[in-house]
Each structure stands twice: as C-alpha cells, then as structure tokens.
Design a protein around this ligand. Structure first.
Ligand code: MLT
Ligand code: MN
Ligand code: ZN
Length: 300
C-alpha cells in the first residue's frame, strides 16, 4: 500500500492566518516549513486512491498529488479518489467536502452514523451537497472492504462532540471520533491512523505495536499549550488530544513500541516540534519518531 500525507497540520494549518506564535512566525519567515491541514491518502496495488479526511486545503493537496504524478491521466470531472473516509465530523476534517462539490459523480463517503448525524444536522454538509454532486454514504462500523485488496477497520477513539453541535445533540457518551487500521490484504501490511488520540491504554498499545506504520496524534506538546499562550481556553486533553510530553504523554508510551514506523500527524501550529532545532523537536527525533510533513509518501 502507498501512504501519502497530504496535510500534517491540525486545524488552522501552519501558519494559521491570525496566529503570531513562535512557530507561525518562523513559518512565515521561511525558517519552518509550512503545512496544510490534516488529511492522508492511500492506495493498494496500483488501484484507486482513497482520501482520508477532507481538509479545507484539499484543492491544493490534490494539485500537489497531480504535480507529483500520483494520478493516471483523467478525463472529465470525476473525483480522483474512489472514496472518502471520515474519522470524525470536525471542521478541519470535513470542510474539504464542500470544495469537492464540482465532482461529476456523487461523493462516495464512509463514516460512522454519528458523523453522518453531525454532518446532516450541526454542520449540514451532506444535506448541502445533495443539490450539488450528491453523497453516496456507507457506514463505517466494523471492518469493511474498500477494494479487493484493501480493508479498513474503525475503532472508537473520542467521545468529544464537535464544538458546533447543539447542546441537546452533544451526547458525550457517543463515539464521535474513530481511528482506522487499514490493511493491504495482498501484502498483509497495516497502517493505523489516529489523528485524535485521547489516551493510549493497553489495548491501544497492542494495536499500535501490531501495525507496520502508525500515523498518530501529534497535536500538542503540553496539556496547557493553548491556555499558556493565551490563545484558547481548553487543555489538550479537554480537546481529546493526548499531549506528547510528560510522564503520561504519548512519547513516553511510544517508547515501548518496537514494531511500527511512527509518524506524528495533526500537529498544531503552536507545537514547538514544528520549529527546526528546538529541543522539543530533537526530543522527538532522538526517539525515532518522525514529524509528519506534507507530501511524505511511502510504500508499506
Ligand atoms: C480538534 O482536532 O480537536 C478539532 O479539529 C479542533 C477544532 O474544533 O478546530
Ligand atoms: Mn482537528
Ligand atoms: Zn501559531
């Protein structure tokens, strides 16, 4: 299977239009590499590409894939992806659907029921798209087959509803976000993708360690990152993201994993690991954890 990181930043991108944190300024001055918003793409065996999450930067991300000769020559105005898989209904993972409305065919979208509910009520993208290209929705519950040699299994990750949901519809007991284990049946290789990881328990450790590659939540360095900078009220954990640093942080938990190649994705612009030569970046790299970047593509 081929895996391509289309966008390695979290919501807002890097730099974020209204942010003057150290990282955003470094990126504006060319000292740090800019990143688009959270999305990856996969394909197996020279088959169709699948898009995982549709970021507000999807237009630019598709053009970069085209420039890198990822697509065979295409005619007409169809979508260059056989399907779109959504891990959650967050704005940064779904707004790109609106930009894909010019597709000549209905968008084939896989998501949980909860995500469908959010995208027909709180942020009604599915309803809106009905009058454009249309939506051909399929449930993403247990393991489903995407193509003859590509299978995806969704597992529960986050009970945090998107901020835009009305209070009466927020039901925090529901699963609002999932992670994905994607398996290439012809090679047996697996990728586990989890951009919103709130905790790593033993079951999760086992799942991660059994994967050949993991692309996981690298949103924040510290739990109080946004409040400490005065740019947000909620802590990382309140937002459903386990911070990287600290005794109970994700880096410590990744140390024990000997199986997979480890890549951080969904990295927030305030995260100091985005600044070249920062001690935080060095700490990550010295642990053989990779910091995702746009356009990173590899064969698994
Ligand atoms: C998240 O990843 O937690 C959300 O995308 C944050 C947001 O509401 O923008
Ligand atoms: Mn996000
Ligand atoms: Zn910033």
């Amino acid at each position: 299977m081929i895996v391509r990181i289309l966008g390695a930043a979290a919501g807002g991108g890097f730099p974020q239009w209204n942010c003057h944190c150290r990282g955003c300024e470094a990126s504006r001055s060319g000292r740090a590499t800019a990143l688009t918003q959270s999305s990856i793409a996969i394909r197996a065996n020279g088959g169709d590409w699948f898009l995982i999450n549709a970021s507000p930067d999807v237009r630019q991300q598709i053009e970069l894939m085209r420039a890198h000769n990822c697509f065979a020559e295409q005619n007409g105005r169809s979508l260059p992806f056989a399907g779109i898989i959504l891990t959650d209904a967050e704005i940064d993972h779904t707004t790109g659907l609106m930009l894909l409305r010019e597709s000549s065919h209905p968008l084939k979208i896989y998501s949980s029921d909860r995500v469908k509910f959010a995208l027909t009520t709180g942020y009604p993208l599915f309803s809106t798209l009905q009058n454009y290209c249309g939506v051909d929705w399929s449930p993403l519950d247990a393991a489903i087959s995407l193509a003859s040699d590509l299978e995806v299994e969704a597992f529960a990750l986050s009970t945090k509803p998107p901020k835009y949901m009305q209070n009466e519809d927020r039901s925090p007991d529901e699963v609002w976000g999932v992670g994905l284990t994607i398996r290439d049946l012809s090679t047996g290789k697996t990728l586990t993708y989890a951009p919103g990881l709130a905790a790593i328990d033993e079951t999760m450790q086992r799942r991660l360690n059994a994967s050949d590659c993991i692309a996981i939540d690298g949103t924040f360095w510290t739990d109080d990152e946004l409040p400490a900078l005065g740019v947000g009220a909620r802590s990382a954990l309140q937002m459903g993201h386990l911070p990287l640093s600290g005794e109970r942080g994700s880096l410590r938990q990744l140390e024990g994993l000997t199986g997979p190649r480890k890549i951080l994705v969904h990295i927030n612009n305030t995260n100091p690991i985005l600044i070249p030569n920062s001690p935080e970046r060095q700490a990550v790299e010295s642990q053989e954890v990779e910091i995702g970047c746009d356009g990173l593509m590899f064969d698994l």
